[in-house]
Design a protein around this ligand. Structure first.
Ligand SMILES: Cc1ncc(COP(=O)(O)O)c(C=O)c1O
Length: 445
């Protein structure tokens, strides 16, 4: 094992990782996984409480998903998706359109979350150009938003440590204050505030709608921004403003899609429908890379023209609609139906919401929030002032290290410790995870 870790250090450069930290935080060498447990080469297990970067849905090593991939592998592993097509992509598109809300009617595949966002941004911009509205060139997005690491996706993300070094590359967007209730931008409390913070968005749209293509939002959960869970009313009002000012609504369901919030898609909590929906991560249940951008007939029709009209959408990726990934995604959607996954997770959702309340008593826990199988604890230095721990204190990493000793992955987002649980979780496992987390955070408190 030490030999492999030495080779890892010699040859690899890991994402979002300061490689100088290697000694303090060496990577864990995972050999196999089952359900929601990861096993290392020494036989230790770790509860995968963040679903392997928010993508695992039905658990690791699921026999039905494995069988679907193997079956497809015997037919065709990959084929270019321009001028060719295949049944896994066709059936998957049909299924996706049947489980997503509203009048979404076309699926454009890609291969990850960032690309699904890039596609939506580019389609929205080109839609307005194809319709002769070349002045519509800007996007609106939220502070604390995260839409990926490609240049367009970074541009519409909130300003952060992650994208600051690349600021010279980013295009200009309208950023508005987020509905971050714990640190309310208007200094009020929900629900008495009546989501007054919507005024920041309203003002931008009122003044600038003629130059705006779209608003892009992560529905209900600003995930990488710190699992900031915001009120359904905000999402409803934001959608209504998009209609009022004739701009597109892009919902980035890359993290929230496929049941994580308790409904198949987070936008269903608000009964709203977007012009574009971005999907990835859970789409293939975490087995193979896949992205999809869903849109409406109205948008599709703005591109549908004679070749010489130059209205074609010129965008694509080599691994677009990879047949193995589509087969995994189809198997995952079948499991949702056959195993009534969304019904089965309800007791765990209730347990998570209720049991997280005991963390409020801990003197470092400033805020507790949850939605579906997502839960977050915002750690603060001072609960009265809400003063944050400093960057150099690395409180989140301390919790993470302590978690690994207790066989639980508590990967932090800055000062936020969170759970992003797979839908295969059972109550017994959830209880064990929450007890372990409570013990660890109590000690650190
Ligand atoms: C909401 C959201 N959008 C987009 C992305 C980017 O996805 P990917 O990492 O697959 O590019 C992420 C990744 O965490 C995300 O949470």
């Amino acid at each position: 094992m030490n030999n492999l870790i030495a080779k890892d250090r010699k040859y690899l450069w890991h994402p979002f990782t300061q490689m100088k930290d290697y000694k303090a935080y060496p990577p864990i060498l995972i050999e196999r996984a089952q359900g929601m447990k990861l096993f290392d080469t020494k036989g230790n297990f770790y509860y995968d409480t963040i679903s392997s970067w928010w993508c695992n849905i039905h658990g690791h090593n699921h026999p039905k998903i494995k069988a679907a991939i193997k079956k497809q592998l015997d037919l065709v592993e990959h084929v270019l998706f321009a001028g060719f097509t295949h049944s896994p992509a066709i059936f998957l598109a049909q299924e996706l359109l049947s489980v997503t809300p509203g009048n979404l009617s076309k699926v454009f595949f890609s291969d990850n979350g960032s690309t699904s966002v890039e596609v939506a941004l580019k389609m929205s911009l080109q839609y307005w150009r194809n319709r002769g509205k070349k002045n519509k060139q800007k996007f609106v997005s939220l502070d604390y938003a995260y839409h990926g690491d490609t240049v367009g996706a970074m541009s519409v993300s909130g300003k952060s440590l992650f994208n600051e070094p690349f600021s010279p590359l980013l295009f200009d967007t309208h950023k508005v204050a987020s509905p971050y209730c714990y640190r309310c931008p208007v200094g009020k409390n929900y629900p008495a505030c009546k989501v007054e913070c919507i005024k920041f968005l309203e003002r931008v749209l009122q003044k600038k709608h003629a130059e705006i293509c779209a608003l892009i939002l992560e529905p209900l959960v600003l995930a990488a921004g710190g699992m900031i869970i915001y009120p359904v009313e905000y999402l409803k009002k934001a959608a209504a403003l998009c209609t009022q000012y004739n701009i597109h609504l892009i919902l980035d369901e890359v993290a929230t899609g496929f049941g994580r919030t308790g409904k198949m898609f987070a936008c269903e909590h608000a009964s709203i429908t977007p012009d574009f929906m971005c999907l990835s991560k859970g789409i293939s249940a975490g087995y193979l890379p896949l992205g999809a951008t869903l849109t409406t007939e109205k948008i599709y029709n703005a591109f549908y023209a004679d070749y010489t009209a130059k209205k074609t959408f010129y965008h694509g990726h080599t691994y677009t609609a990879n047949p193995l990934a589509c087969a995994a995604a189809l198997a995952s959607l079948n499991i949702f139906k056959e195993e009534e996954t969304l019904k089965k997770i309800q007791p765990c959702i209730t347990l998570l919401r209720k049991d997280l309340q005991r963390f409020r008593a801990l003197n470092t826990v400033g805020n507790v929030r949850s939605l579906g199988l997502i839960g977050a604890l915002e750690l603060v230095k001072n609960k009265d002032t809400k003063d944050a721990f400093s960057f150099s204190q690395r409180i989140g990493m301390k919790v993470y290290k302590a978690g690994l000793k207790e066989h639980i992955v508590l990967r932090p987002l800055g000062n936020v410790i969170y759970f992003f649980l797979p839908l295969c979780i059972r109550e017994k496992e959830l209880k064990a995870i929450l007890d372990k987390a409570f013990k660890i955070i109590s000690k650190i408190s």
